[in-house]
Ligand binder design. Structure first.
Ligand code: FPP
Length: 256
């Protein structure tokens, strides 16, 4: 694969190289603009977005990425027109009905994150089915953030801790970051190393608010339906060049 201008791209690290991000989060933005710039309905952009999602899941697995979190419906997306919400719900239905078998065969484990209580019964059942069917898989873990908001996730975690305090099972003084993280939808999942957002917007938009504390961000101008294998590799290459210090000093720096 070559970079723009015919210059060969530097090779990516191999799958077992520690520089390959263990966990990538993706804010799949720009479906609507992709469609509108072609005179198509927004739903056509979301449908094309599912194709980009399929190739990204496949390629992330091939590259040895351990976890991929996709922001597919945010808790704020309920404010969109009813027709668009219905089309996103149908896409999720179709994605699980059509792709679950293939994902399961590819050893992908699916974990839905987000609120379930205000979703339609059939959607809830499909999310449970996807999780149950793939529970034993050991390849890529695909976290589907659906009806998900980072602040809502933190608030739900706090409520669970408060209930344990009220039940007399937990001393408030024992509440720390580790305990709170154990109540998040992502309990047991490593934090995202890399968060990619498409379509030129430089925001987190309530995606993995807690978990993104030390994530590296790569913002790409392409709209999500145009995101492909080369885009994923380019983002990973940029990630490999970042100096992650987690609040400490760069390697070799001693201070003073
Ligand atoms: C943002 O584009 C994208 C979404 C709100 C939904 C993302 C959904 C998919 C990629 C397909 C659905 C996949 C599943 C599994 C349900 P936007 O509509 O905000 O685009 P815009 O900013 O250009 O308007």
């Amino acid at each position: 694969m070559s970079a723009a201008g015919g210059v060969p791209a530097r090779p990516l690290p191999s799958a077992d190289d520690p520089r390959i991000p263990t966990h990538i989060g993706i804010i799949m933005d720009g479906n609507g603009r992709w469609a509108q710039s072609r005179g198509l309905p927004r739903a056509a952009g979301h449908r094309k977005g599912v194709e980009a999602l399929r190739r990204t899941v496949r390629h992330a697995g091939e590259l040895g990425v351990g976890y991929l979190t996709i922001f597919s419906f945010s808790s704020e997306n309920w404010s969109r027109p009813a027709q668009e919400i219905a089309s996103l719900m149908s896409l999720l239905r179709r994605f699980i009905q059509q792709d679950l078998k293939e994902l399961a065969q590819a050893n992908v484990r699916v974990i839905p994150i987000g609120r379930r209580d205000d979703l339609a019964d059939d959607i809830r059942a499909l999310l449970v089915e996807a999780e149950e069917t793939t529970r034993a898989n050991t390849g890529l873990t695909l976290l589907v953030a659906f009806n998900y908001g980072g602040r809502d996730e933190i608030a739900r975690a706090c409520r669970k801790l408060a209930e344990r305090v009220r039940a007399g099972e937990l001393d408030p003084a024992a509440i720390d970051e580790t305990l709170l993280a154990c109540e998040l939808d992502t309990a047991g999942i490593p934090d995202p190393d890399l968060i990619i957002r498409t379509s030129g917007e430089n925001r987190l938009s309530n995606f993995t608010m807690w978990q993104a504390a030390y994530s590296e961000f790569v913002f790409v101008p392409q709209h999500w339906p145009d995101f492909d294998e080369a885009s994923l590799e380019a983002a990973i290459r940029e990630f490999c060049n970042r100096d992650r210090r987690f609040g400490g000093l760069a390697a070799g720096m001693t201070g003073g």
